[in-house]
Design a protein around this ligand. Sequence first.
Ligand SMILES: Nc1ncnc2c1ncn2[C@@H]1O[C@H](COP(=O)(O)OP(=O)(O)OP(=O)(O)O)[C@@H](O)[C@H]1O
Ligand SMILES: [Mg+2]
Length: 252
Amino acid sequence: MNHASKCILSSKCTLANSESCNAHCGHFIALHGLNGISGRVAGVNTPKDYRLVTASNSPARAEQAEVYRAVDAYIKTFERQFDVEGAGGASTRVKSLYLFSGNPGTGKTTTASALLNEWLIAHYVGSIKRGLQPLQQPAYFVDVNAFQTDYNLATMTNDDAGMVAIKATIKRAQQAPFAVLDDIGVRSASEAFRAYIHAIINYRTTNGLPTIYTSNLPIEDMAQVFDERLYDRMRDMCLEISFVGESKRGRR
Ligand SMILES: Nc1ncnc2c1ncn2[C@@H]1O[C@H](COP(=O)(O)OP(=O)(O)OP(=O)(O)O)[C@@H](O)[C@H]1O
Ligand SMILES: [Mg+2]
């Protein structure tokens, strides 16, 4: 059975739609696993609905034309992940992006997922081309709201195993070569939870790791959500992109 419509690599793959395009393809398995649960695509933790979203097939693309011009240019910089450390200084680093809209449902999470998948594709294809073993988890998606719910549950129930999982998530989010922090406008977060998100962002900015933030709050508000110092670091090497229009939720 042809797997092109199920495979994140299909737009880049010369075998797409050929007879070899099937569930036994080694690259398909590397990305999507044997059962759709394991594999790198599931491993980076993108929400289920957005697993196969890329910049070219993103439903937000048509409406957010300006945004996607910037997105297309940004994706071209993903090849820099293979540059030798420090070769060109900060100018060759991959920047961070802050995806903002005051209105909900404008395509921020969709676009962040597309960017994460594009990074995964660039990492996988780029590694194979260079004869390198692609990382098992080259990127990581954090749904900050879901993470906060998990955190609240673990603390409320004194769940030690739950807290171990929370700590593991923090570590992965800190160290991933590329990360999405989806919905960081956590106005209602407790002081303790906010400190965790602070620790993640602080680690990533200090180490020059690119991050896609999405938020319903303008980036300036991060000075209050976190503090001036972190806000200053977030703005460094970061492009703010505004999404326009009303909510498109439920319009599929
Ligand atoms: N421009 C668009 N055209 C068509 N559908 C869209 C567009 N933008 C988003 N959608 C769809 O609307 C739904 C919500 O999109 P998404 O989750 O990306 O919004 P969001 O900006 O992250 O919202 P929130 O601020 O609530 O987190 C998704 O199902 C998505 O596919
Ligand atoms: Mg969202």
